[in-house]
Design a protein around this ligand. Structure first.
Ligand code: AMP
Ligand code: MG
Length: 278
């Protein structure tokens, strides 16, 4: 019996079925993991071991220069998108990982289609890219705050599925993680941002306006999960009220993806015994 839950088990607990046949009800999904990790210690051990293995596989991926991995992180404010990035890639060489935060689009970005800025940040061969927010904001905040006409937003789910299909067909794996926190836990974390001086920079009064729109955001997330969980790029919902378990689950899913890719070191094209070094 290993210390970490099997990849297949983690996937079956978190994955949203492809095909969009049934409605996704986020209220029925745990925000606190009670299935995968027995306790915090087990999660910590698993996370650390997985993060080390991720470093090993990233090195091989970089050397192989074959495929690439895109990790998309979505979740409301305080759900832990930064925290997951730091934890999962704690041992990974910065040479091969790029993190791209997507905030409010610039004037230049708004002058293009919404996927323009996204496509430019897609990982090159051999790299891992982490999107902290993503093209999904264009069906989340944009939907909830009516930043584009509703029928334009409704067309985007299929466009996004096609875009991701294109990436996958061209050698980029797409792993999509939604961090699922409860209303109470978000309240606690926002309070903490005000109380702790080193966290105040993260507080934005706009977060409170988004919190007022809680139900609308949950609904937008449910529609996104249902419409854009596909065979080629499924969505995973990670219970995120406990930071350690959240990170440990995310690490399992990233590692599972890299293990599936099984990158191997390329043939150098010479025999080491051809050379003499004095
Ligand atoms: P943060 O992740 O806390 O730095 O905040 C980034 C902000 O940018 C969030 O409020 C997002 O909702 C917002 N944002 C990201 N993408 C878009 C978009 N395409 N349109 C409008 N707002 C966006
Ligand atoms: Mg924020």
């Amino acid at each position: 019996m290993g210390r970490s839950p099997a990849f297949s088990k983690v996937r079956s607990v978190t994955r949203i079925p492809a095909g969009g046949r049934s409605r996704v009800d986020l209220r029925k999904r745990d925000t606190d993991d009670s299935i995968l990790f027995r306790d915090k210690d087990q999660a910590l051990v698993s996370l650390d071991a997985d993060a080390q293995r991720i470093d090993v596989l990233q090195d091989a991926l970089f050397a192989a220069q074959a495929g690439s991995l895109l990790v998309v992180l979505q979740g409301i404010d305080t759900s832990g998108k930064d925290g997951v990035t730091k934890a999962v890639f704690r041992y990974t060489s910065p040479l091969g990982v790029r993190v791209h935060p997507f905030g409010r689009p610039s004037e230049m970005e708004l002058a293009h289609d919404y996927l323009w800025r996204i496509h430019q940040a897609v990982p090159r061969r051999g790299h891992i890219a982490v999107f902290n927010r993503s093209h999904y904001e264009d069906v989340l905040v944009v939907r909830v705050r009516n930043l584009a006409p509703r029928d334009r937003v409704d067309e985007r789910y299929e466009q996004i599925n096609e875009f991701e299909r294109h990436l996958v067909a061209n050698g980029t794996r797409v792993l999509k993680l939604m961090l699922h926190v409860s209303h109470e836990e978000q309240g606690r974390r926002l309070k903490e941002r005000l109380e702790r001086p080193e966290k105040r920079w993260k507080f934005n009064p706009d977060d409170l306006a988004d919190r007022q729109l809680w139900d609308e955001y949950q609904e937008a997330y449910e529609i996104m999960l249902r419409s854009c969980s596909t065979k080629h790029a499924p969505w995973h919902v990670i219970p995120a009220d406990s930071k350690t378990r959240r990170d440990a689950i995310a690490a399992r899913l990233v590692l599972a993806e890299l293990e599936d890719m099984s990158p191997t070191y390329p043939d150098p094209g010479y025999r080491p015994d051809q050379f003499q070094i004095d």
